[in-house]
Ligand binder design. Structure first.
Ligand SMILES: [Zn+2]
Length: 379
């Protein structure tokens, strides 16, 4: 593998999907974990930072049921946390819980990640989910497709060549897909070893490393073979001019731009993108919590997860959402705090009971309000 890419690959591959749990089991476990940490029943203010997609409603209903309070809204589209809302959240309760999650659809029929069946459409159509993430990554996918079909491998006698379209070689571009040329092409005196110049492309001698990475049968004498799916994430990066505003319009895109080669080359791009966003938001947001004066002396649990929305079947009202915990930050309110990596938070949750004696009966609570004596608003 090319040397510069090991860290990024590690970020993507270290997220394990092995410990997913149904939301109906995750929420009582989380509640009981909070109670075991000394959080006070009836005085916990939950908060969620979920995408605006209506399929995130079922998890919100379960949080309401088990925590006995409708969760504060900390979320922006795509699962970005609005950290400017820490203050009001802290003001609304004694003990604090924040649940952040990016999400991805799952179709049990096709067993594919990234789509979700919308029962409220007239033809029950499936749409990309998370749709916001899908829109953000499309430009990068288009760039990748262009590169896949405009880089060719060839062989002239013993020489292995790589032919690259001039657009991909243009260093003056301010945005686009940029190849790791100094690792893909043989270098001579610090320059790329040019073999021949064609009308719209250049033919280079392939580096030994590239020859080792790609299968022998791709290098055919007298033929040009498009690199296609063999254009691996280690071989390129992206540049794009997007505003770097934290929590601004391009925040989601900025979370993706470095690991994007792993996202576009994955068989499930929307799954990998959602994982990356969850990881990125946890790392960013826990630092804002630590610095937030409003949270300083409070018991607090912050957890980041991936929500997998399993499309509902005909007759089901809600998705069968599963939760994959990624990491958690816990502070005691008395000065101590700790961060729990994925295996630790999963272990802590799995040790908890799924029984929650404090859960509320939502139907009864609604009936109670319907039957309550009317309060006249005086103007
Ligand atoms: Zn979404």
């Amino acid at each position: 593998m090319f040397s510069s890419s090991a860290n990024l690959q590690s970020i993507v591959s270290n997220f394990s999907l092995d410990h997913m749990m149904r939301y109906s089991l995750f929420v009582p476990r989380l509640y009981n974990l909070c109670r075991s940490l000394g959080f006070e029943a009836g005085n916990i203010m939950p908060s969620r930072a979920f995408c605006s997609d209506e399929n995130q409603g079922f998890p919100i209903i379960l949080i309401t049921k088990h925590f006995g309070a409708f969760p504060f809204n900390h979320g922006r589209v795509g699962g970005i946390v609005a950290t400017g809302r820490h203050g009001p959240h802290a003001d609304h309760g004694k003990d604090m819980v924040i649940i952040q999650a990016s999400h991805v659809g799952y179709d049990p029929e096709t067993k594919a990640f990234g789509s979700y069946c919308r029962l409220q459409t007239s033809d029950n159509k499936s749409t990309s989910t998370c749709g916001k993430i899908d829109i953000v990554i499309q430009w990068y996918q288009d760039e990748y497709r262009f590169a896949q079909s405009n880089i060719y491998l060839g062989r002239e006698g013993d020489l292995r060549t790589i032919t690259i379209d001039n657009q991909l070689l243009d260093k003056r571009r301010t945005q686009g897909l940029f190849l790791n040329l100094d690792q893909m092409v043989l270098m001579e005196d610090g320059n790329l070893k040019l073999h021949r110049t064609l009308s719209t492309s250049r033919v280079y001698i392939a580096s030994d490393e590239l020859c080792r990475m790609l299968p022998d049968e791709l290098w055919l004498v007298g033929e040009r073979v498009a690199i296609g799916s063999h254009l691996m994430p280690e071989m390129f990066s992206y540049r794009r001019q997007v505003s770097a505003d934290i929590e601004g319009q391009n925040h989601l895109e900025n979370n993706f731009i470095n690991p994007m080669p792993w996202i576009v080359t994955s068989p499930a791009p929307l799954l990998v993108a959602a994982q990356v966003n969850t990881q990125s938001e946890f790392d960013r947001v826990f630092r804002t919590i630590v610095k937030s004066p409003e949270y300083q002396d409070k018991k607090l649990l912050f957890i980041s997860c991936l929500n997998i929305d399993i499309s509902p079947q005909e007759g089901q009202v809600f998705p069968l959402t599963k939760c994959v915990p990624w990491a958690a930050y816990i502070q005691s309110g008395e000065g101590s705090s700790r961060t729990l990596e994925q295996p630790e938070i999963v272990k802590q949750l799995m040790q908890q009971s799924t029984e929650n004696p404090d859960q509320i009966d939502l139907e009864a609570a609604i009936q109670q309000m319907i039957g309550a004596r009317e309060v006249r608003i005086e103007t």
